[in-house]
Write a protein that binds this ligand. Sequence first.
Ligand code: SAM
Length: 328
Amino acid sequence: MKLIDPYSRILNYLRISITDRCNLRCQYCSPRYQIPKLSHEDILSYEEILRLVRIGVELGISKVRITGGEPLVRKGVCEFIQALHQVDGIQDVSLTTNGVLLKDQVDALMGAGLHRINISLDTLKPEKFKKITGVDAFDQVWEGILKAYQGGLSPIKINTVALRHFNDNELEDIARLSFAYPFHFRFIEYMPIGNTEEGMASFLHTPEIKQRLTDRIGELIPVEHHLNDGPAERYRFEGAAGEVGFISAMSHHFCHTCNRLRLTASGQLRSCLLSDHQEDLKTPLRGGASDEALSAIFLKAARMKGVQHGLTADTPVRVSGQMSSIGG
Ligand code: SAM
């Protein structure tokens, strides 16, 4: 049996949130009130996650991404990455981080076999970074990015959530960095998830960003799409070392190509980032369930995957799960 949903999409990609804790409090991501953090016992242990990954591999999972919260705040992440690489059938392991702790961990991450990394960065201005994240750490993040680059991680993808009245006047500066660095700078549309300070008033859609970049920098030349690219539309400016990309979950959803399942830090399996439906893996896992019983839960999650998410820029319904616990 393989993870194939009712719409014939093959689900081979598992995104794993290893913690709901984060060392930043981004206004658009963290809830405006303090929600209780999961206790140590509530969070799946690495051994538990590895068992689920092995079961997922039997069902066709070949690619995993580690996310959070902030994955680099959890102890033992490098050993976990190494263990993931040793799971027969896992062909690709990647990590999404805010970069705050990256500088000191790049060497160990690479030693653990990590090749690819996504770093979230919404502004190039230290004061603004502090305003949005609550922490004065822009320089630390930038140093981490440069260290990852010098260390040879490739590709380095820089993810920027585009927010009107916040960083819309910087998108062009961020895109221009693609002339100097061979990174993939990707602009992500804001999604109404969780109870945060941002509203859809901040929403900035991809066509508007593309237009600005074209008017002010130059033609966006499409880059050939590869099977493993994920949902980003990829472009390059003439003469640039890197790329710019767009992830448009709201204005132009890409659900028909979605190959993902998400495992939350508390052991819930979600088949859509933008739906609150989830299947509990943790209770049976800790209750002594067999691999077959856990496989059946994976297969059920695949069957429950909707044809497409129900959010649009015009009629946004908020997803109540928090991005910080689902993992983005
Ligand atoms: N801490 C890690 C990081 O910062 O990359 C991983 C977790 S974070 C939830 C993953 C990504 O989700 C980040 O790039 C963040 O900017 C993005 N994100 C959070 N809330 C979002 C929202 N409402 N809409 C779009 N992207 C969001």
